[in-house]
Design a protein. Structure first.
Length: 285
């Protein structure tokens, strides 16, 4: 294992996630996952930007310029909204606030991070719905002859049918979906709240097609995550940034065919669209 160049940084990261959030502030696993995602994304960006490995990251490397580049990257390259950008910045700020309390030598690094302001949304950033033509155009983009295309189409259809939050989608396990006479999915939201959402017949058909390819040997009571990626031969829960990225990309290509498609398509748009339109939109796919 490579020697850690900045043990103070990684020691504080450990304490932030293992002690401060869960034990001192009693944060839910959903909340902790969101904070961890922001820090992981920042570290991944720094590694790529500097061409270094994780163990070489230091407090000094992450200055206000690096943080600004990271935030611009997730907004322009990953298709995240200004709201998501600001959420990530606030979570990163929270870590640095904790670090400054626990280790006085990091106060200067927190001051560097605070130089990066939250970004104000403009009217063009606030798109609260998509037209039926826009949804049709986006759903037409995945190549269902490929595994990825099949997965992406089903993901968007399920997202649209259930009006689920992106993290709720990531957390769905196979045993959360029950078919039978009234097909439904159980979603686990913020604050440990649970809700059961009925599934439309067309969604169930896409679900069964998806199962035959991605979960051919799993049983209905399996705790395997519905959406996953394979890393080093192991199935791991899909990260919400993966979904944000392909939804954004499909939006870009769909806009070339349909001007109604928003400039930035993100998961929350699907929550705001009328669910009773979905049958007429994707029954042909």
């Amino acid at each position: 294992m490579a020697r850690v160049k900045d043990p103070v940084l990684f020691g504080l990261v450990h304490d932030f996630f293992q002690v401060y959030l869960p034990k001192m502030h009693n944060r839910s696993q959903h909340t902790i996952s969101a904070y961890r995602g922001a820090i992981n994304d920042l570290f991944d960006f720094v590694k790529a930007e500097k061409g270094i490995c994780l163990s070489e990251i230091t407090f000094e490397i992450i200055d206000n310029k690096m943080l600004s580049k990271f935030l611009d990257h997730i907004e322009t390259e990953r298709g995240c909204t200004v709201e998501t950008r600001n959420h990530k910045l606030n979570r990163i700020r929270a870590f640095y606030k904790f670090a400054a309390k626990m280790e006085l030598t990091t106060v200067i690094h927190r001051a560097e991070i605070l130089k990066v302001p939250l970004k104000k949304s403009t009217k063009t950033d606030i798109v609260t719905y998509m037209s039926e033509d826009a949804v049709k155009a986006i759903l037409a983009q995945p190549d269902v002859k490929t595994k990825k295309g099949l997965r992406d189409l089903f993901f968007m259809i399920l997202l649209y049918d259930t009006a689920a939050r992106i993290q709720e989608m990531m957390d769905i396990r196979l045993n959360n979906i029950q078919l039978g006479k009234t097909p439904k999915v159980t979603l686990y939201g913020k604050g440990g709240k649970t809700r059961v959402v009925p599934l439309m017949e067309s969604t169930v058909e896409h679900f069964q097609n998806y199962l035959s390819v991605f979960h051919p040997h799993e049983r209905v009571y399996s705790e395997q995550h519905l959406f996953y990626v394979v890393r080093h031969g192991q199935k791991n829960k899909m990260h919400h940034d993966t979904a944000r990225r392909f939804i954004f990309d499909y939006g870009v290509t769909a806009k070339k065919q349909c001007p109604d498609v928003p400039d930035v398509v993100h998961p929350h748009l699907w929550r705001n669209e009328s669910l009773n339109k979905i049958q007429t939109i994707y029954h042909k796919y």
